[in-house]
Design a protein around this ligand. Structure first.
Ligand code: HEM
Length: 364
C-alpha cells in the first residue's frame, strides 16, 4: 500500500464529501424552518456530524493523504465519506458514527506518520487536531449528545487550520518565545476541552480564553498581514484569512462574555462564528490552492470570488445579530444567506475550474 491514489479516483471521495455538505446545509435550513427537500427527517439532528465529519473531515483527510502520498492514508477519507453516505441513506446512527470514528482514527495515524517524518510544532498541531476529532467522534459514538462533543469537533478544525497557517509561516518563522506561546495556547485549548466533561462552566470559559488567545496569536504572526498588500489571488486569500480571524475572535468574545463556548443562549452564535465564519472563510481562501493539489484541476482566480466571500461575512454578521437579539425571523433569513454563500462559492469555484481548463491549465 505504498503507492499514491490517482487523482481521478479521488473524485468519488470529493463528491461524497460535497453530498454531505449539501444535505448537511439542507438539514441546518430545515432546523431553521425552511422547507428543504431532505431524503428523510432523521437527517435533522445529523446536521452537525454531516458538516464536520461527513464534509470537512472527508476533505481534510483527503488532503492529508495526498500530502502523505500513501494509499492506506486514503482509508481515512473513504471511511468518513462512507459514514456520511450511510447516515444519508438512513442507516442506524451508530453505523455512520462508527465509520466516521474509524476514519478519524486513520487520520490520527496518518498525521502521526507526517509528524515522525517532520518533527515540528505545526505537524504536532495537525496531529493533535486529528486526535481532537477522534475524541469527538468516539464520544458521539459512545452516545454523548452533539453539544457535549462540539468542543472536540471545533478543536479539530481550529487546530488543523492553525497548524497549516503555522506551516506557511515557516518562511518568516515566529521567534522561539512566540512558538512556546503557541504551544501553551494549544495545550490550554485541549485542557479546556477535557475540563468541559468535569467542570463544564469552567471548561467552556477556558475554551473561550484559549480561542481568543489563538486569534490574537494568529492575527499577529500570520503572513496574511503582509500578503494582503499584494494583488489578485494572493490578496484574496489574505483578505479571507484576516476576515476569518475576526469571526474566531468574535465567537470567543461572545463565549467569554456569556458563560462559555457552545452553550446556553449563545450556542448558535458561538458555534457558527467559529464553524462557519472562521472555518468557511478559511476554506474560501484556501480552495483555489487546495483543490488543484487534490484534483490536478487548476482553479483560475476571478475577482467574482469576492462575491461569495462578502456574502458569507454579511450573512454571518446578520446571524450573530439575530442570535444576540433573539430574532427568530432574522436568524432564518441569515441561515438562508449562509447557505447561499456556500452555493455561490461552489458555483464560482466550478467557474474557476472551467476557466482554468479553457486556458489549458492543468496542475503538473
Ligand atoms: C450553512 C448554513 C448553516 C445553517 C443554516 C445551519 C443551521 C444550524 C441550526 C439551525 C442549528 C441548531 C442551533 C440551535 O440548536 O440553536 C445548527 C447547529 C449546529 N451547526 Fe449549523 N448551520 C449552518 C452551517 C454550519 C456549518 C458550516 C457547520 C460546521 C462546519 C455547522 C455545524 C453545526 C453544529 C456542530 C451544530 C450543533 C448541532 C446540534 O446541536 O445538534 N453548521 N446549525
Amino acid at each position: 500500500m505504498n503507492g499514491d491514489l490517482r487523482p481521478v479516483y479521488r473524485l468519488p471521495l470529493l463528491i461524497l464529501g460535497f453530498l454531505a455538505l449539501g444535505l448537511g446545509v439542507g438539514a441546518g435550513l430545515a432546523r431553521l424552518g425552511w422547507n428543504f427537500p431532505l431524503p428523510s427527517p432523521t437527517l435533522l439532528p445529523l446536521h452537525g456530524p454531516l458538516m464536520i465529519s461527513g464534509f470537512l473531515g472527508t476533505l481534510i483527510s483527503l488532503e492529508r493523504a495526498v500530502a502523505l502520498g500513501r494509499l492506506w492514508a486514503y482509508c481515512a477519507s473513504l471511511l468518513t465519506a462512507l459514514g456520511g453516505a450511510a447516515l444519508i441513506a438512513g442507516a442506524p446512527v451508530a453505523a455512520g458514527a462508527g465509520l466516521m470514528t474509524a476514519g478519524s482514527a486513520v487520520l490520527v495515524i496518518a498525521s502521526l506518520s507526517v509528524y515522525l517524518r517532520q518533527r515540528a510544532i505545526f505537524t504536532a498541531t495537525l496531529a493533535l487536531g486529528a486526535a481532537s476529532w477522534l475524541a469527538g467522534n468516539a464520544l458521539w459514538l459512545g452516545g454523548l449528545p452533539v453539544p457535549e462533543v462540539a468542543p472536540w469537533w471545533a478543536g479539530f478544525l481550529v487546530l488543523t487550520i492553525a497548524g497549516e497557517r503555522l506551516e506557511l509561516s515557516r518562511f518568516l518563522p515566529p521567534s522561539r518565545a512566540a512558538q512556546r506561546l503557541f504551544a501553551a495556547i494549544v495545550a490550554s485549548l485541549l485542557a479546556a476541552n477535557m475540563l468541559t466533561h468535569i467542570a463544564p462552566g469552567v471548561g467552556r470559559q477556558l475554551l473561550a480564553v484559549a480561542l481568543l488567545a489563538l486569534t490574537l496569536w494568529l492575527s499577529r504572526y500570520d503572513i496574511a498581514r503582509r500578503t494582503v498588500k499584494e494583488s489578485g489571488l494572493t490578496r484574496f486569500i489574505a483578505v479571507a484569512l484576516l476576515a476569518a480571524y475576526v469571526w474566531l475572535g468574535a465567537g470567543a468574545l461572545i463565549g467569554l462574555l456569556s458563560g462559555g463556548m457552545f452553550t446556553g443562549s449563545n450556542y448558535d452564535a458561538t458555534l457558527h462564528a467559529v464553524l462557519l465564519g472562521f472555518v468557511f472563510s478559511m476554506i474560501f481562501g484556501h480552495a483555489p490552492i487546495i483543490l488543484p493539489a487534490v484534483t490536478r484541476f487548476a482553479v483560475a482566480y476571478h475577482p467574482a470570488f469576492y462575491i461569495h466571500l462578502a456574502l458569507l461575512h454579511i450573512s454571518i454578521a446578520l446571524r450573530l445579530a439575530a442570535d444576540l437579539w433573539g430574532d427568530g425571523g432574522l436568524r432564518g433569513l441569515a441561515g438562508l444567506l449562509n447557505a447561499g454563500a456556500i452555493l455561490v462559492f461552489v458555483l464560482n469555484t466550478i467557474g474557476g475550474v472551467v476557466r482554468g481548463a479553457r486556458a489549458g491549465r492543468r496542475v503538473a
